[in-house]
Design a protein around this ligand. Structure first.
Ligand SMILES: CC(C)(COP(=O)(O)OP(=O)(O)OC[C@H]1O[C@@H](n2cnc3c(N)ncnc32)[C@H](O)[C@@H]1OP(=O)(O)O)[C@@H](O)C(=O)NCCC(=O)NCCS
Length: 169
C-alpha cells in the first residue's frame, strides 16, 4: 500500500449558518458544528483510505468563538496521521468577515476515524507523509493524542502510554 501525503486528503466545506441552526441568542449550535466537522472529517478519511470509514472518537473540540447567524463557516479537514486502521483527522474552522472577506479562526477539532470493510471490521490504511511544518507538528503529536484517547476509552493501560507519560517526566 502506497503512502499518501496529508494534503491528498484535504477537504474543505463552506456553508452558511441558518436560523434553524442557532441557539436562542443567535449563535450556531455546537452540535451543528460537530455534525459539519464529522462530515468534513469523514470525507478526508475516505479520501486517504478509499474505504468505508466510521467515527471512532472525538478527541478534542475547542469552541473558542461564537459563530453568529448568517456567518459563512469553512471547515478544513486533513488526515494528520494514520496508524494501522485508524486515522487522526485535524480540523480548522474559519469564519469570514462579511465586509472585508478576511477569515478568522473560530474553532479546532480532532476526530479519529477507522477504515472498515463491509462487515464493519477494521482494515489497514496507507501511512501519511507530512510535508509542511504544521503537518509535521500535528503528525508527531498524533501519537500522544491516540494514546490519551485509548486510555480514556479504557482500551490502553496508562502505564503503556509511553509517549503520553514522556510529557510529564
Ligand atoms: C471504531 C471501531 C470500528 C473500532 O473497532 P474495535 O473492535 O475496537 O477494533 P480495534 O480494537 O481493532 O481498533 C481498531 C482501531 O481503532 C482504534 N480505536 C478504537 N477506539 C479508539 C478510540 N476511542 N480512540 C482512538 N482510536 C481508537 C484502535 O486503536 C485501532 O487503531 P489501529 O488499527 O490504527 O491500531 C468500532 O468500535 C465501531 O464500529 N464503533 C462504532 C463506529 C460508529 O458507528 N461511529 C459512528 C457513531 S454514531
Amino acid at each position: 500500500m502506497e503512502n499518501k501525503t496529508a494534503k491528498e486528503s484535504r477537504t474543505v466545506i463552506t456553508d452558511l449558518v441558518l436560523p434553524s441552526e442557532t441557539n436562542p441568542i443567535g449563535n450556531m449550535f455546537g452540535g451543528e458544528l460537530l455534525a459539519r466537522m464529522d462530515r468534513a472529517a469523514s470525507i478526508a478519511a475516505r479520501r486517504h483510505s478509499r474505504r468505508i470509514v466510521v467515527t471512532a472518537s472525538v478527541n478534542h473540540v475547542a469552541f473558542n468563538k461564537m459563530i453568529p447567524l448568517g456567518s459563512v463557516v469553512t471547515v478544513e479537514a486533513q488526515v494528520s496521521r494514520a496508524f494501522k486502521s485508524s486515522m487522526e483527522v485535524y480540523m480548522d474552522v474559519w469564519i469570514e468577515d462579511r465586509e472585508s472577506g478576511l477569515r478568522s479562526k473560530a474553532n479546532e477539532a480532532i476526530y479519529t476515524f477507522v477504515a472498515v470493510d463491509e462487515m464493519g471490521s477494521p482494515v489497514p490504511v496507507p501511512a501519511v507523509i507530512a510535508e509542511t511544518d504544521t503537518e509535521k507538528e500535528r503528525y508527531d503529536a498524533a501519537l500522544r493524542r491516540r494514546q490519551l484517547s485509548l486510555v480514556l476509552a479504557g482500551k490502553m493501560k496508562p502505564q503503556e502510554a509511553s509517549e503520553l507519560k514522556a510529557l510529564f517526566s
